[in-house]
Design a protein around this ligand. Structure first.
Ligand code: CUA
Length: 185
């Protein structure tokens, strides 16, 4: 190749590379823009809670002991639901929550990695043994919502789901111990 040829060749390569760099740059900007847009307008964020819990003992005492599972209204009116994800069920199987109030959902797993979403809401998280998964949300409509496990966790994975019962304020009545169970219908 002559010197001139080599230079033209090099320019062509540079041109192609710049074109690709521009294309990739546009894609990255669009993706980041979408993430920021959904975070600001739809409340869609990755769960960022880092809180450790011993998967071997979480059922014995503390907030994930059986008697503490489900929905509790605190003295300050805050609503927290605690749920265990385990092969192959959620405990409890039905969780009562109030309409139009910011609530906290806390999940823990004693065995393997599970995941969950609540249909029609922004709730979507993994539940990893050793950590508490915590999300906040607010329900906009009353009725029953399906909460399936969405991470393959074994042979019974497809049978693993729970019901989220969104109650109007008039039906969301905590007992003397501050606990609320699903209404029997
Ligand atoms: Cu639990 Cu899939």
């Amino acid at each position: 190749m002559t010197e001139l040829h080599a230079e033209m060749h090099e320019r062509r390569i540079l041109g192609t590379e710049l074109l690709w760099a521009f294309g990739v740059g546009v894609l990255i900007a669009a993706t980041l823009g979408m993430i920021v847009f959904t975070a600001l307008t739809r409340g869609i964020n990755p769960p960022s809670n880092v809180e450790r819990i011993d998967p071997k003992t979480l059922h014995l005492s503390g907030e994930f002991a059986e008697q503490n599972l489900g929905t509790t209204v605190g003295a300050d009116g805050s609503v927290t639901a605690r749920i265990i994800a385990t092969q192959f069920m959620f405990v409890p199987r039905c969780v009562a929550v109030p309409l139009g109030r910011r609530i906290t959902l806390r999940f823990a797993a004693p065995d393997v990695i599970h995941g969950l979403l609540i249909t029609g809401t922004n709730v979507n998280t993994m539940v990893v043994p050793g950590f508490v998964s915590q999300v906040h949300t607010e329900f906009a409509r009353t009725g029953d919502l399906l909460m399936p496990c969405h991470e393959y966790c074994g042979l019974g994975h497809s049978e693993m789901w729970a019901n989220i019962q969104v109650l109007p304020e008039s039906e969301f009545k905590p007992g003397p111990d501050g606990r609320v169970s699903c209404a029997q219908r």
